[in-house]
Design a binder for this molecule. Structure first.
Ligand code: CA
Length: 240
């Protein structure tokens, strides 16, 4: 028998949804703690200190956001929020409050697994490899040399394009909100200037695509409408 799998705290008041996710996670070797409301979530958080939290935002007692804020005060444990369609504002608030990712209901179990795996892998250590490089698909960003290449082809980026790509690659697989990107690349006075991002992301995609005959490099930056951007492996299936 191998070591026990990662512990997941699953906070969801919908019995059917909770049972489906829990059964599936257990079948894949995770240990699952289940909470049906915010108070139970915090109690289980205290007693179990899970490796990851799946947190429904709409809970019957205390708000899921309050649970998130409480967890973030104490720990960097990865949190994936679960929210209903049409709650973009809630998702952005949760991501800005420190959630690592979100899933929009109804979500598929395959997508849930891929997000849980990505968030757990990121939590293990820094995104860069031993050589200080961030890699996604054919794209490599060398932090030490501040150089970017696609396959073996070096590409010229402006300092802001470089910073933008670096932040996105460092969070590969996870969504980064527009506000967070603007703060990281332009500074905190620019968090409302979403059109900057639009322009710079377009340029980045063009430059990456131009260096790759297959065009795959141009597709690693995916839009998360109303939220921000996410770097994905170019071969990953597109979102439905
Ligand atoms: Ca709910």
């Amino acid at each position: 028998m191998s070591a026990p799998g990662p512990a997941v705290l699953l906070v969801e008041d919908d019995d059917a949804a909770r049972a489906a996710v829990a059964t599936n996670l257990v079948a894949r070797g995770y240990r699952v703690f289940q909470a049906i409301d915010g108070r139970e979530a915090l109690r289980l958080w205290e007693s179990s200190r899970p490796d990851l939290v799946l947190l429904d935002l709409g809970l019957p007692d205390i708000d899921g956001m309050a649970v998130l804020v409480r967890i973030r005060r104490e720990a960097t444990t990865p949190v994936i929020v679960l929210s209903a369609r049409g709650q973009e504002k809630d998702r952005v608030d949760a991501l800005d409050a420190g959630a690592d990712d979100y899933l929009t209901k109804p979500y598929g179990l395959a997508e849930l697994h891929s997000r849980v795996g990505a968030v757990l892998r990121r939590a293990v250590g820094p995104a860069a490899d031993q050589a200080g490089a961030l890699r996604v698909g054919p794209v490599t960003l060398d932090i030490v040399r501040r150089a970017v290449r696609v396959g073996d082809v070096p590409i010229e980026l402006t300092p802001r394009e470089y910073e933008l790509l670096k932040v996105l690659l460092a969070h590969a697989g996870r969504v980064v909100t527009s506000g967070r990107l603007l703060r990281a690349v332009w500074g905190s006075a620019y968090t409302e200037e979403g059109h900057y991002l639009h322009v710079y992301v377009s340029r980045l995609r063009r430059k990456l695509a131009a260096a790759d005959p297959t065009g795959a490099a141009g597709r690693i930056i995916a839009n998360e409408p109303g939220v921000g951007y996410r770097v994905v492996e170019p071969d990953a299936a597109p979102e439905p």
